[in-house]
Design a protein around this ligand. Structure first.
Ligand SMILES: [Cu+2]
Length: 284
């Protein structure tokens, strides 16, 4: 069977699309962005699963609406131009169409709002936490404190040569797998935002206010995020690195961290000195 020119073009497009999808899947790495990635990052929590499904659902809806409107436009252009339709209809009302173009958009909005509210409640209704971590955004790094596990606090600064580029840090936030982690976040100087795409969380860290969010990582591994509120010249260089480990590994890490990061009362600004003496990404 011989293929038409259009058939060839369609086949070419399909192959290109499939190759693109396959390549993005091949590059995709859990917990971090991948080259040529054009989809959402792979999910590691129930919330992110929901976000991904909701995103796909909205994409289907907008695609159908766009194609429908495009179809109508083409029909008007082809069938009702001055040449093919010299005597235009004088119709001003059509009850059926008027009811339809009122009712159908309402139904579409209801179809969007129901999963939207479900997702909102899932995100905002924080379940009973197994662990609380306070993440403080500072110009330009994060400090994490573990009030439940021996009250230690430490700074997490980007390390320039560490992989993945611009995401590697000296001290990672460590959490146990399959445990509800409540994040309380605030800003020490200006507004920052704590965001980890694979967990589906993004929340402003505002000075003088304590915002809360939560995640329950279903997979172990490294998960990266970034400050997501423009906060100054090194905004792009204050990554968030979360290491999800087993319960036993977490307990062992806590023991080590307690000694390593023992809180030194009366020296709460020691971290600022640490930062000043560390070579920042801009070489300052
Ligand atoms: Cu920031």
């Amino acid at each position: 069977m011989k293929m038409s020119k259009r058939g060839h073009r369609l086949l070419g497009l399909t192959v290109a699309g499939a190759a693109l999808a396959a390549s993005s899947a091949a590059f995709a790495e859990l917990g971090q962005p991948a080259p040529w990635e054009w989809t959402l990052q792979e999910s590691a929590t129930e919330v992110m699963d929901f976000i991904t499904t909701f995103h796909t659902w909205l994409f289907v809806i907008i695609t159908v609406i766009s194609l429908f409107v495009l179809g109508l436009l083409i029909a008007v252009i082809v069938k009702f131009n001055a040449k093919t339709n010299p005597i235009p209809s004088k119709t001003t009302h059509n009850t059926l169409i008027e009811v339809a173009w009122t009712l159908i958009p309402v139904l579409i909005l209801v179809g969007i709002s129901i999963p939207s509210f479900k997702l909102l409640f899932l995100q905002l209704d924080i379940p009973k936490a197994d662990l609380t971590i306070k993440a403080t955004g500072k110009q330009w790094y994060w400090s994490y404190s573990y009030p439940d596990n021996g009250k230690f606090e430490f700074d997490s600064l980007m390390v320039q040569d560490k992989k993945p580029r611009l995401l590697g840090v000296d001290n990672e936030m460590v959490v146990p797998v399959n445990k509800v982690v409540r994040i309380q976040t605030t800003g020490a100087d200006v507004i920052h935002a704590f965001a980890v795409p694979a967990f589906g969380i993004k929340i402003d860290s505002i000075p003088g206010r304590l915002n809360e969010t939560w995640f329950k990582a279903a997979k172990t591994g490294m998960f990266y995020g970034q400050c997501s509120e423009l906060c100054g010249k090194d905004h792009a260089f204050m990554p968030i690195a979360v290491r999800v480990v087993s319960d036993q590994e977490f307990a062992a890490w806590v023991e080590g961290a307690k000694k390593k990061f023992a809180t030194n009362p009366g020296n709460s600004f020691a971290s600022a000195d640490t930062f000043a003496s560390t070579t920042g990404p801009s070489g300052e």
